[in-house]
Design a protein around this ligand. Structure first.
Ligand SMILES: Nc1ncnc2c1ncn2[C@@H]1O[C@H](COP(=O)(O)OP(=O)(O)O)[C@@H](O)[C@H]1O
Ligand SMILES: [Mg+2]
Length: 279
């Protein structure tokens, strides 16, 4: 088994491996898809700020924006209308991966941007073979250059999300602390299982992270209890509070670590990054 893992992943760097307490060899997740087909749950906010917090600790981080809305792209200060080399050009084979990776103003943080053109990709890829692996095949070239790669998924379970899940080693699921939190979650888990069975057996669930937690209401605590009681996956201890600074930062094209580095929002994402690194 050990041999099998090493051979299958011979492209990976040596330090992608970690010996667990039980002595088993385990591959550390470094490519993480941030997915939940519900919109507005904090995927983009988590991608941008978790990435910035990892970069702050000197990790080299690549963010991949797979949402045609391009909010991660603009939230990291890039002009999404102006960029010509994006994920769209990459997956259609019109540009090389190195052309599509852009440096952000944040040290150690790079982005593969997107814009509205990406909305057409699914149809344009209809009769392409192995379209589930287009992104993975490209990322394989550059993966060893980064400590972490975070993929911000669109709010649907479409071909782009499937590409994220074949590229990733794990899926991080942000859940907003609101009444309908559980809605759609079983469908997401089902999709993850299908991808595990058919396309990417190595895929795991990184965990759930609760977002927009409001300690002043009972509702947030109830939602957390309810999800824990109904879903059997790891839950991050760190919960991201509702914090107005987190909502303001993207309009300045900045992650929270730069926009308001001492805010509760910044501290919570730093804590999440630590928890992920210590896992
Ligand atoms: N912790 C938070 N506190 C306050 N506002 C938040 C927080 N997380 C996200 N938001 C806001 O909620 C909205 C939806 O978040 P977003 O990250 O874009 O979700 P998604 O990518 O899942 O659609 C955005 O306006 C964002 O600024
Ligand atoms: Mg988003």
């Amino acid at each position: 088994m050990l041999y099998y893992i090493l051979r299958e992943d011979s492209k990976k760097k040596k330090d992608d491996f970690e010996i667990t307490k039980e002595g088993k060899l385990k591959i550390m997740s470094k490519v993480i898809a941030i997915a939940n087909q519900k919109g507005g749950v904090g995927k983009t906010t988590t991608t941008i700020n978790l990435a910035a917090c990892l970069a702050e600790t000197n990790k080299k981080v690549l963010v991949i924006d797979l949402d045609p809305q391009g909010n991660t792209t603009s939230g990291l200060g890039l002009d999404k209308e102006e960029i010509e080399e994006t994920v769209y050009e990459l997956i259609l084979g019109d540009a090389a991966i190195r052309e599509c990776m852009h440096k952000t103003d944040i040290e150690n943080l790079y982005i593969l941007p997107s814009n509205v053109n990406l909305a057409g990709a699914e149809i344009e890829l209809l009769d392409v073979n192995n379209k589930e692996y287009i992104l993975k095949n490209e990322i394989d070239y550059i993966e060893s250059n980064f400590d972490y790669i975070l993929i911000d998924c669109p709010p649907s379970l479409n071909m782009l999300t499937v590409n994220a899940m074949t590229t990733a080693q794990s899926v991080l699921v942000p859940i907003q602390c609101e009444y309908y939190a559980l809605e759609g979650l079983s469908q997401l888990m089902h999709t993850i299982r299908l991808v595990q069975e058919r396309l990417n057996p190595e895929l795991t669930i990184e965990g759930i992270v609760f977002t927009m937690y409001d300690g002043r209401t009972n509702l947030s605590a109830q939602v957390v209890d309810n999800v824990k009681a109904n879903v059997d996956v790891r839950v991050y201890k760190t919960m991201i509070p509702r914090n107005i600074r987190l909502a303001e930062a993207p309009s300045h094209g900045l992650p929270i670590t730069v926009y308001e580095p001492k805010s509760a929002g910044a501290e919570s994402y730093r804590q999440l990054a630590q928890e992920m690194m210590n896992k």
